[in-house]
Ligand binder design. Sequence first.
Ligand code: UTP
Length: 290
Amino acid sequence: MQKIRHAVIPVAGLGTRFLPATKAIPKELLPIVDVPAIQVVIEEAVAAGIEQVVLVTGRGKGAIMDHFDHSYELEDTLRRRNRLDLIAEVERISEMIRPVSVRQKAPLGLGHAVLCAQPIVGDNPFVVLLPDDLVESDIPATRQLIDRYEQFGAGVVALMRVDREDVSMYGIVGAEQMHERTHRITSLIEKPAPANAPSDLAVIGRYVLPGSIFAHLQRTRPGHGGEIQLTDALQSLARDQGLVGYEFQGTRHDIGDKLGFLKANLAYALQRDDLGDDLREHLLRTLERE
Ligand code: UTP
């Protein structure tokens, strides 16, 4: 089984749901408490054993690369002020990974964004992490999927059960259960009306894909919303080579949505030693007053 070394992280979207915050700042740098969302996602990839991160970027996303670079002035100033704790953290981030970036020159859809990584990934299997999805779990969600890939030798997508009335917000799969939490995917449909949804199993933003997905993406025509959909290429891959769905263990936060972003910030802050107790007390008092 070929070891998975690459993670592709598409960050070329416009982030319209967070305007005006995202007018000059990439949505992926909005913080979860004090850590940019993209760092949370890259830490998951690194914890899963990924060695090479490929960011698919667009205009105005340069600050993301800067975040993972050394900042000599900052490090020097912190050193002179003897802030050893902060230096250690800042240096850890710059040394965690050396990302490469590839440009998606027009936002033609998620499928097109993934295709832009082909010159770097080549024929190798790789993972895709969408930074709009954060997953809190004991075993990194990406690692859970790589384990299934090594078990079955096929592409794997992360699945989550959703309420029937919410299916039109997701890619939904038709599937046959193989084992507990594991499904053989027979069909995929992007954002179906509830009446057309083959199940309540939604795909969330973690995937293990074989290099052959690129050939499927090249043949994929614009679909839902006029965009080149990864879901459509996955449907073609499932038919050709099979595709596994895994109901990952953990809690997923949709931080591409305003309410989901606020909930994630609360969930992460409540777990922090330096903030949790004070925040819990404040929330309880505020809710009592309401
Ligand atoms: P979304 O559909 O959430 O779009 O993309 P968005 O632009 O990020 O956010 P909104 O909806 O305008 O607020 C899902 C993921 O796919 C990437 C996005 O960066 C995000 O990680 N994406 C989407 C691209 O990289 N390129 C595209 O053409 C479309």
